[in-house]
Design a protein around this ligand. Structure first.
Ligand SMILES: Nc1nc2c(c(=O)[nH]1)N[C@H]1C(S)=C(S)[C@@H](COP(=O)(O)OP(=O)(O)OC[C@H]3O[C@@H](n4cnc5c(=O)[nH]c(N)nc54)[C@H](O)[C@@H]3O)O[C@H]1N2
Ligand SMILES: Nc1nc2c(c(=O)[nH]1)N[C@H]1C(S)=C(S)[C@@H](COP(=O)(O)OP(=O)(O)OC[C@H]3O[C@@H](n4cnc5c(=O)[nH]c(N)nc54)[C@H](O)[C@@H]3O)O[C@H]1N2
Ligand code: SF4
Ligand SMILES: [Mo]
Length: 742
């Protein structure tokens, strides 16, 4: 038998014939790595490399960034607009004018017949910020429907809602540099090494220089949990109980920061009263973490000179998502860990531009963190756009997860999906499938025409992808970074921003408005709305607007490899070349009295729990190689080779009891549907849980329930109940092989 490589040749990097490198920001996750795209003599993207001088990634990229040059010509790209009379009929290719006319005509017809809000728009976290801004201008200023939201409701809504409830505004207050200063890191429901590999690398780098405790809260033994000093294998959906218990211990033992509490926080008395109920003995029974460990972690956190919390989907995707975020904020406020180096409450965001949509898309409000409920804000935006402020509703419409039930109920008749694939990414896909069939008109705008949701469209608009266009993304640490167009759009596809302005011109109101010719001009318009210059109102506490980008230009952003907001015109005038690392360093929050709010957050058990008929928790998440519904990574060599099939993690003891062997197919059944999946026996999951990566169509979301958080309307993707049944191995193997794309 041969072991290792036959010949030990030195590794040689293949010469890909790169003639030119173009600057960009990675279009997968929210880490926001600076990346260069290598073009050959024909101007085709042949490779990528990390940018050495960029603070975020310092030359590094993960497997997805390293293979990103392949996304431009991957199979399934949308090459031309498509149209058809009925879903499931064959598509006809058509000219852009025809596709856009049809879309505008159908929207107008449906709005005249059923009312303005009968058209719904669901967008994304993956197009450029300038495109988000333009889409918002079109939807709020021209089409005028209030049922407009993004897939970010599946992802960041609980973080947004929690930040607003605690601090008076959205906006992650911390940054990656906090790892260099912190003395204790607490991570909730986040698998950093796989989902944010380069943030994880930044953390490791900090740990190599200076040791501090890393505590990971996750029901699975993830890669992150394996590297942690303490792993808290929490009972799913009960982080709020753990957090209340941590606060209980801190207050009980007098470990709080009294001065910070008095000067900068409201609501202490009510919060204190509530957490009295969560003594560690009681909490341990619900959250599954023993009382000594709870006390130990509380003391470690409160006694550290600076301590920080990070979290991702294990918190946000929960029926207590928003409360969980507020409880994390409570923890940091009572220990005085806010806005100081190494002391913060940092939501790790998800998609490359999840932040851009929160800031500028007008999805749940108006641009620049403005609120529909605020009359001054409506007037300011109306003045810049040249529309009547009366056009804007005075409160937000339906969230993404409420739009689908409204289609089911017949209130919404037309749907426009922009860069999102709900057929695979939403919970309870059997129900979503029936819902989409009910639409009178559906238009899907995607860079890949094989995204599953395209099956339900009457019109398909092919969008240019990533560096086929120019614009900015904002990353987890509020860093605005730029992508330069490295090549023209694939075939007949067009930049999403172009599609939005062309569509706008099909309305009288749209023709009367000004539409920028280039993304850079759009950016200049956004800058005007971002600062308090006498025209715009200041922040709620009277201080300058927080989300201020007025000192930025495209060139300055590229030179700095990204700038963190706020970056004001006055900063630029003083010659500053870096933005603002942290928010709330002065202890001034965005409520009128400038104080943060401590909240009393009772835990109410409301999940679908495992039971006799469905004895396993169904948990779901991601693997490092794939991105979401695999429209990109499912076609890319290494990503797909390393992770080719859907699989289920199951504990060996549970498997033995169920008569399931390693690499055997099983049928999983929930109250919604069933799915065939390959069993992988591993101690990563506890005895009563199975875990499935959600990337594969016809798998986990056929089973998931997705109960909604009452504040954020985000689904609890990670908590539902399933049972395991045997299935025909040969048939399952055939189906599985047919679903593979390589
Ligand atoms: N490779 C890759 N990277 C990505 C993405 C991708 O698709 N692929 N997507 C990006 C996006 S949009 C996002 S939102 C992020 C997501 O990033 P993460 O949130 O880190 O990823 P997930 O795997 O969805 O979930 C993280 C963990 O939550 C745990 N969890 C489940 N239930 C609970 C609970 O009740 N409490 C706690 N504390 N933990 C729980 C799960 O076991 C899982 O290990 O990743 C981003 N990065
Ligand atoms: N069970 C379960 N379900 C989940 C999750 C989970 O953890 N478990 N996570 C949830 C989370 S956090 C998220 S963020 C969602 C993601 O859910 P989706 O947004 O539905 O997933 P994506 O596959 O990223 O879909 C984005 C689409 O945009 C297209 N696209 C990419 N770039 C461009 C562009 O520049 N222009 C245009 N026009 N199209 C483009 C892609 O081809 C793709 O079809 O999934 C959610 N669903
Ligand atoms: S860590 Fe995220 S941003 Fe960086 S290369 Fe990987 S996918 Fe891209
Ligand atoms: Mo996400």
């Amino acid at each position: 038998m041969l072991f290792g490589r036959r010949k030990k040749n030195p590794i040689k990097l293949a010469d890909k014939g790169v003639m030119e490198w173009k600057y960009a920001t990675c279009s997968y996750c929210s880490v926001g790595c600076s990346i260069e795209i290598g073009l050959n003599s024909e101007g085709r993207a042949v490779t990528t490399r990390g940018v050495g001088g960029a603070d975020v990634n310092r030359g590094k990229l993960c497997i997805k960034g390293l293979s990103e040059a392949q996304i431009f010509e991957a199979s399934g790209r949308g090459s031309e607009p498509l149209i058809r009379g009925k879903i499931f009929e064959p598509w006809q290719s058509c000219a852009w004018d025809e596709a856009l006319d049809k879309t505008a005509d159908e929207f107008k017809r449906i709005q005249e017949k059923y009312g303005r809000d009968a058209v719904a728009v669901v967008s994304t976290g993956q197009i450029m910020t300038e495109e988000f801004y333009t889409l918002g201008k079109l939807v709020r200023g021209v089409i005028g429907t209030n049922n407009y939201d993004g897939n970010t409701t599946l992802c960041m809504a609980s973080a947004v809602s929690g930040y607003k409830r605690s601090f008076g505004s959205d906006g992650p207050p911390g940054c990656y540099d906090d790892f260099e200063h912190t003395e204790c890191l607490l991570a909730f429901g986040s698998n950093l090494p796989e989902q944010h590999p380069i943030i994880y690398w930044r953390l490791k780098e900090a740990l190599d220089k200076r040791k501090f405790p890393v505590i990971v809260v996750d029901p699975r033994v993830t890669m992150f949990a394996q590297f942690a000093d303490i792993h808290l294998a929490i009972t799913p959906g009960t982080d709020l109980v753990l957090l209340n218990a941590l606060a209980h211990v801190i207050l009980d033992e007098g470990l709080q920061d009294v001065e910070y509490l008095e000067q900068h926080c409201n609501g202490f008395a009510q919060m204190r009263e509530l957490v009295q109920l969560y003594n560690p003995v009681y909490a341990a029974k619900i959250c599954g973490i023993d009382e000594d460990t709870i006390r130990n972690v509380a003391r470690l956190y409160a006694k550290a000179d600076s301590a920080m919390s990070i979290w991702t989907m294990g918190i946000n995707q929960s029926t207590h998502g928003s409360d969980g975020v507020c409880a994390i904020n409570n923890l940091n406020l009572i220990t005085g860990n806010m806005g100081k180096p190494g002391g913060t409450s940092l939501s790790i965001t998800g998609q490359c531009n999840a932040m851009g949509t929160r800031e500028w898309s007008s999805c749940s409000g108006l641009p620049g963190y403005r609120q529909l409920e605020n009359e001054n804000h409506r007037k300011e935006v109306a003045a810049v756009w040249g529309v009547d402020p009366a056009l804007f509703p005075s409160e937000r419409g339906l969230a993404q997860t409420d739009i689908f039930p409204a289609i089911e109920a017949g209130e919404i008749k037309a749907l426009w999906l922009v860069a999102t694939n709900p057929m695979t990414s939403m919970a309870n896909s059997p129900r979503i499938r029936k819902t989409l069939e009910k639409l009178e008109f559906c238009v899907v705008q995607d860079s890949y025409q094989d995204a599953e949701s395209v099956q339900y469209a009457h019109v398909f608009l092919p969008g240019a992808v990533w560096a086929e266009k120019e614009g900015c993304f904002t990353n987890t640490e509020r860093r605005v970074n730029i992508t330069r167009a490295s090549q023209p759009p694939f075939a007949q596809s067009k930049p999403d921003g172009w599609i939005f302005t062309q569509l706008a011109r099909r309305w009288q109101r749209g023709r009367a408005m000004q539409w920028a010719e280039t993304p850079e001009q759009t950016f200049e318009e956004m800058k005007r709305l971002s600062c308090a210059d006498g025209v715009n109102s200041p922040g709620a506490n009277g201080s300058p607007r927080m989300l201020d980008i007025s000192g930025m230009t495209y060139d300055k952003i590229e030179r700095a490899r990204g700038l963190q907001w706020p970056f004001r015109e006055s900063d630029a005038q003083q010659g500053k070349v870096v933005g603002t690392a942290r928010l709330y360093s002065d202890g001034e929050f965005q409520f009128p009295d400038g104080k943060a709010r401590l909240l009393a957050l009772p835990y109410i058990e409301n999940n679908e729990l495992p039971c006799g008929d469905f004895p396993f928790w169904l948990n779901s998440g991601r693997v490092v190689e794939h991105f979401h519904t695999r429209t990109k990574t499912g076609k890319i060599g290494n990503c797909n080779k390393f992770s080719p099939t859907a699989y289920m993690e199951i504990n060996p003891d549970a498997a033995a009891e169920q008569g399931v062997e390693h690499m055997q197919y099983v049928r999983l059944v929930s109250r919604r549907g069933d799915a065939i999946v390959l069993a992988q026996l591993t101690q990563r999951v506890p005895y009563n849980m199975v875990f499935i990566p959600f990337h594969f169509h016809e798998c986990v979301n056929r089973l998931s329930l997705g109960l909604l958080d009452p504040h954020s309307r985000q689904p609890a993707f990670k908590q539902s109940a399933v049972r395991i049944e045997a299935c025909d191995q040969a048939e399952a193997a055939r189906t599985n092989a047919a679903m593979r794309t390589f």
